[in-house]
Structure formats: C-alpha cells, structure tokens
Design a protein around this ligand. Structure first.
Ligand code: CDP
Length: 216
C-alpha cells in the first residue's frame, strides 16, 4: 500500500487554520485540503434549492447527486464555481446545521480519505480530521486562539461588527463542540498551539519543525 503522509489540523473558526495549513503545505511540499469548504459548498446548493439544512435524507440525496471539487484556490460544486459564495454570512450561519448530519459527515469523510489516498498524503484541516478522519496522521495539531482574537482576525479578513462576529463565532464553536458525531476537540496525541499573539510565520515554522521530527 502507498504511504499516506498526513498532517491533520483541527481547531475553531479564526484560529488561523487555513492560512497556516496553506503555508505549511507549501513549505513541506504537500497538497492542502480545506474540508470546511466541502461542508460549505453543499450548504450553498441546499440553500439555492430551498432544502431544509437539517433534513438528513434530503441532504444526503443532494450530496449523492452532486460532484464537489476543492482545489488549491477554487471550490466547485456541480460545475458552479462557489469560491466566493461559500464565505457568505448566510452560508456561515447554515453550515453548522449541515455539519451535524452523520450521513453527510460519513460521505464527506470518505471523499477526504480518497483525496489523500489518490495523491499520497497532504495537509488537511477541519474539525474532526485528527480525531476521526485520519487518526493515524503523523502530525496532529489543534490550533486555537482566544475568542476575541479570532473575531478580530475574521473582521480583518471579511469585515463586520466585532461584537457580532464574536457572538457568531462563539455560537458556531458551541455547535461544533457539542455535536454527537465528530465534535471539535483536540485528538489524542495532538499538539495544542494557542496562536493568540503569535505570528503566522512563527506557527508555520514550529509546525514545519514538528513535521520533520514526526513524519520524517
Ligand atoms: O473557516 P472557518 O474556520 O470559519 O470554518 P470552516 O473550516 O470553513 O468550516 C465551516 C463549518 O463546517 C464548521 O463550523 C463546522 O461546522 C463544519 N466542519 C466540520 O464539521 N468538519 C470539518 N472537518 C470541517 C468543517
């Protein structure tokens, strides 16, 4: 069997996962997968079609009849480029409902594992990557930061009112941490890095060192 070398990164919104995962992947020469983009893309199509986001059988049927592509810089579902749309507030509000559905999670995890098998490994980020999708990853990192710092970063990225963004992030964290299937939490053996006050470069360098030690 092919060796599948995985760096699994989990953590709450605004902890720096996407930026750090992308830069780390480039530095260590692996591909990068944003699994949140898959949940978000499915949410876009469901909202377009007026499907109840909490209706598991309809959501699973929708997923089974859809094709999702998450690339380095674009996200395409059923041939529509939704790269920008997946970041809308409407999608951000709806996605954690979709993420509670075990049937959806099982299928998306399957796609994530196939992606890694096909290309022989990668840097994968999300909420359940080290706990469920790739518990055998050679490096597991849980990235976090204080809620106010995470809200500040989001406002810098996409704008909005600081207090409102913080409240929305806190609500999504609670939903992500309390669901039965794949709740957000540090995996066994994960290195927890609090990025509050740390530069991106600092975190990427630390992780690249860990990668060399653990995955070499
Ligand atoms: O970018 P941000 O951290 O705000 O979120 P994201 O990574 O795009 O993920 C959006 C939502 O998808 C999360 O709040 C989770 O509810 C869900 N998700 C998940 O349940 N499992 C994953 N592996 C990735 C995302």
């Amino acid at each position: 069997m092919k060796t599948v070398r995985i760096v699994a990164i989990d953590g709450p919104a605004g902890a720096g996962k996407s930026t750090i995962a992308r830069m780390l992947a480039e530095r260590i020469g692996l591909m990068y997968l944003d699994t949140g983009a898959m949940y978000r893309a499915l949410t876009v199509v469901a909202q377009d079609r007026g499907i109840d986001l909490g209706d598991e059988s309809q959501m699973v049927a929708l997923l089974d009849s859809s094709s999702i592509f998450v690339g380095k810089s674009e996200v395409v579902i059923n041939e529509e480029d939704v790269t920008t749309r997946i970041r809308s507030q409407e999608v951000t509000l709806g996605v954690s409902t979709v993420a509670t559905l075990p049937g959806v999670r099982a299928r998306l995890r399957d796609l994530q594992r196939k992606w890694a098998e096909r290309i022989g490994g990668g840097v994968v980020e999300g909420r359940d990557i080290a706990t469920v999708v790739f518990p055998e990853a050679c490096l597991k990192v849980f990235l976090t930061a204080s809620p106010s710092e995470r809200a500040r970063r989001r406002v810098e990225q996409i704008g909005g009112d600081l207090l409102e963004v913080e409240a929305a992030i806190t609500l999504r964290d609670q939903r992500d941490m309390s669901r039965a299937d794949g709740p957000l939490k540090p995996a066994e053996g994960a290195v927890v890095i609090d990025t509050t006050g740390l530069s991106v470069e600092n975190v990427v360098a630390t992780m690249a060192d860990l990668y060399r030690k653990n995955c070499g």
